[in-house]
Design a protein around this ligand. Structure first.
Ligand code: UTP
Length: 289
């Protein structure tokens, strides 16, 4: 598949405090949903759009991510020798993909994490995927966003309507609907519900242009003392249009315990090997409660 977006940036250097103690020494991005780590869902979603170059931003305790996408000689030999062809194919299916890793030395915020990539992207647009936001693998959100980018040639961010009481967990936009997309006037990071310009929340999928780097370089810490991507986007919107695309499928916040459980249940129910027996288990469980 041909695409104008060749690279995906996957920030994975956050501390994952909502998932402690599991994330004390292991990466949140390696938490599994059924049988795959969160980050692999984001990689496969990007590959389905024709993206084959990945830059993963890691930090301390995140080495398992590099190992996961590397070859595993001993394991491969064992699977080969025991005739486990399907499993061998499964663990090797991403072996043609290029992964590069950059360490964010201190977790100074998502905006700062993205700035770490500057020396490694040339003058081209790129996708940013936050792997703790799991998008239903049957729903091609990123592909739809790339199409919008191809028409508009301006940054595109994914949006979801959230309950008013939850706006302080997100970046929130002020925008007007133009056809299928919102033209964004302003953005605010984690507002109080009474100050929120809408209930349209920014979720973890972005198509950005390199203009963001120049702004991030001068960006002062914002909410929580972190260099916020939302604040940099707010500056971009003064220079060029940014479009927001309202998600039409399901998203799970798998960086949050309840969201993680919901994703696990829904994706297990979609899994051919598990769905029947898992459905039966759930049914009996609910009946017994
Ligand atoms: P989150 O807001 O989910 O933060 O970051 P977090 O640290 O991962 O998790 P909590 O909220 O403490 O539980 C959004 C995304 O930005 C990345 C995270 O890895 C996640 O993908 N991030 C955040 C960085 O790469 N570096 C940072 O300094 C902060």
């Amino acid at each position: 598949m041909k695409t104008t977006i060749k690279k995906a940036i996957l920030p994975a250097a956050g501390l994952g405090t909502r998932f402690l103690p599991a994330t004390k020494a292991s990466p949140k991005e390696m938490l599994p949903i059924v049988d795959k780590p969160l980050i692999q869902y984001a990689v496969e979603e990007s590959i389905s759009c024709g993206i084959e170059e990945f830059i993963i931003i890691t930090g301390k305790h995140k080495r398992a991510i590099e190992d996961h996408f590397d070859s595993a000689f001993e394991l491969e030999e064992k699977l080969k020798n025991t005739g486990k062809k399907k499993l061998l194919e499964e663990i090797n299916k991403l072996s043609h993909i290029n992964f590069a890793y950059i360490r964010q030395r201190i977790a100074l915020g998502l905006g700062h994490a993205i700035l770490c990539v500057k020396p490694f992207v040339s003058d081209e647009p790129f996708a940013v995927l936050l792997s703790d936001d799991i998008i239903d693998p049957d729903y091609p959100l990123l592909r739809e966003m790339i199409k919008i980018y191809e028409q508009k040639r301006c940054p595109v961010i994914a949006l979801e309507e959230v309950p008013k009481a939850e706006v302080q967990r997100y970046g929130i936009i002020d925008g007007v609907l133009e056809g299928d997309v919102y033209k964004i006037n302003d953005l605010v990071e984690k507002p109080e519900p009474r100050n929120a310009p809408s209930n349209l929340a920014i979720i973890g999928r972005y198509i950005l242009t390199p203009d963001i780097f120049e702004i991030l370089e001068k960006q002062r810490p914002g909410f929580g003392g972190e260099i916020q991507l939302t604040d940099a986007l707010r500056e971009i919107v003064r220079r060029m249009p940014i479009y927001g695309y309202l998600i039409k499928g399901k998203r799970y916040d798998a960086g949050d315990k309840l969201g993680y459980l919901k994703a696990t249940v829904d994706l297990a129910l979609k899994n051919k090997e598990l769905s029947e027996s898992f459905k039966k288990f759930l049914f009996e469980k609910v009946k017994a409660e």
